[in-house]
Ligand binder design. Structure first.
Ligand SMILES: Cc1ncc(COP(=O)(O)O)c(C=O)c1O
Length: 480
């Protein structure tokens, strides 16, 4: 295929602006960037160039996307219609609340829904992503201890199965982090927890389900141990879809948590945002929530910023509002009956894949998983086939690979998250391909070691790509 530069013909233009409209606009010499080496192409060439590029990429609208942890989920098209309504898009965030009742109502109703499913009484939707929700929560933990005059608590405990953003967040807040290892089942090792718990610990950040895809069945004991020492239990609930309709975090001794709206409530996720990082907390932590908050006063909604102990604002205006509208649309679609099924399907689908593939791929932890299942390449090692080879071979069959080499505590991890929205037929087709690949590993390992064979870009030199990345191809093309 010719590149856009190869298609360039001197003097060809895409769109000719109407000179009658344009005649007053004389660009001065300094404004004309004559040396820019841009391709001279027609409108059709440009449209076809970008359409061809888009076909080289893989997206959630193209096929099954079993990436674990930072999953690409269902992105309902009605969500896009709703957040594009002129009443929302034309609205200015500095509008007087008198004229923004509809907008405030959406925020309020999403907060109420999330309160109902998590069991918390305090909420904010201000954070713009998951890690931002974590930051908000750790700032609240800090404010809580300082407000009580408990100034020496500067340690945050992080189990080794926590999401990577947890220790980074604690560090950002000026806290010291201390690791807690997992036991042989993948749960927090309670004996090790006892060893590190003291009166300098501000809290523990527990990812539930953890990054191995497990529900820590000792959560009540963990909460009890922390509370007995005056520390708080924070839950990274980015993947609340695994628990929706099954259990409420506030009933498990959790003091505060965040949820990724862009993972649990079908809003787009990619490139780091835009996202939504709801934070919920127990009554004792409410004074520290970010101001402003949306409350209902009689029949009206208003923004309240009078909160002297608040950690302050964590974002200009109020979050990524379009994301809140998308999440609201999904919540309305689910209704009560649908909400109650989310967790069941998310867990069922992952365990279905686990059951179908367990004879072909090694399972480091054999207990029931939650919304994602972690295998590794131990069974393929004798044929010198690695997790990377399996992931690359999946591309030949038109699948986006699962998350690989994460979580770090599993050597050669292959983490699959089917989500609650995929059909049994899709899961079966995927499992058939995974089984075929496992058989190929025995009969023709080379086909895996040299995969992919059918993609536009074949296997890249991963080490070179990491050490000498060419990250500005567009610019270097222009220079050439
Ligand atoms: C468990 C968990 N916590 C936190 C995050 C961070 O979320 P975000 O990427 O929105 O900052 C993720 C990633 O999606 C996650 O899977």
């Amino acid at each position: 295929m010719k590149t856009i530069f190869e298609k360039s013909v001197v003097g060809r233009v895409g769109v000719q602006l109407n000179t009658a409209l344009n005649q007053d606009v004389e660009l001065s010499g300094a404004q004309v960037r004559g040396k820019l080496n841009l391709p001279e192409v027609s409108e059709l060439d440009v449209v076809r160039h970008y359409t061809a590029l888009s076909k080289m990429a893989f997206g959630v609208d193209q096929g099954f996307y079993p990436l674990g942890s930072c999953t690409m989920k269902y992105n309902p098209k009605i969500n896009e219609d709703m957040c594009s309504l002129a009443g929302f898009t034309d609205f200015h965030p500095w509008e007087n609340p008198e004229f923004s009742q509809g907008t405030l109502e959406v925020i309020y109703r999403v907060q109420e829904y999330l309160k109902a499913v998590t069991g918390f009484t305090g909420t904010t939707l201000q954070p713009a992503a998951g890690a931002h929700g974590e930051l908000t929560a750790v700032m609240m933990i800090k404010a809580y201890h300082l407000d009580r005059g408990d100034v020496k608590r500067n340690i945050i405990l992080i189990p080794d199965s926590a999401h990577g953003t947890n220790p980074a967040t604690a560090n950002m807040c000026g806290m010291q982090t201390l690791g807690v290892p997992s036991d042989e089942h993948g749960y927090v090792d309670l004996n090790k927890l006892d060893e590190v718990l003291n009166d300098e610990v501000a809290g523990l950040m527990l990812t539930i389900p953890n990054t191995v895809g497990l529900f820590d069945k000792n959560i009540l004991a963990i909460a009890e141990k922390l509370h007995a020492k005056g520390a708080l239990l924070y839950m990274d609930g980015a993947n609340l879809n695994a628990l929706l309709g099954l259990v409420k975090p506030a009933d498990m001794g959790v003091d505060l948590m965040h949820i990724n709206l862009h993972k649990t409530f079908a809003t787009p996720h990619g490139g780091g945002g835009p996202g939504g990082g709801f934070v919920g907390c127990v009554a004792g932590l409410e004074p520290y929530l970010p101001a402003e908050n949306v409350v209902k006063d009689g029949e009206n909604y208003k923004l309240v910023s009078d909160a002297p102990k608040s950690i302050g604002r964590v974002r200009a205006f109020y979050s990524n509002f379009g994301v809140i509208v998308r999440a609201f649309t999904y919540m309305l679609r689910l209704g009560k009956g649908g909400t109650e099924k989310v967790g069941r399907y998310a867990v069922l689908n992952a365990n279905y894949i686990k059951a179908r593939l367990k004879d072909y791929y090694h399972l480091p932890f054999s207990v029931h998983c939650m919304h994602e299942v972690v295998f590794n390449d131990e069974a393929q090692a004798e044929n010198h086939v690695s997790t990377m080879d399996i992931a690359k071979r999946l591309l030949d069959f038109g699948y986006h690979p699962p998350t690989i080499y994460f979580p770090l505590i599993v050597h050669g991890a292959l983490m699959i998250e089917p989500t609650e929205t995929e059909s049994k037929e899709t899961l079966d087709e995927f499992c058939e391909v995974m089984i075929k690949i496992a058989n190929e590993a025995k009969t023709n390992p080379e086909i895996l070691q040299t995969a992919p064979h059918s993609t536009v870009v074949r296997r890249i030199d991963a080490v070179k790509a990491a050490r000498q990345p060419v990250i500005a191809c567009g610019v270097s093309c222009l220079k050439d």
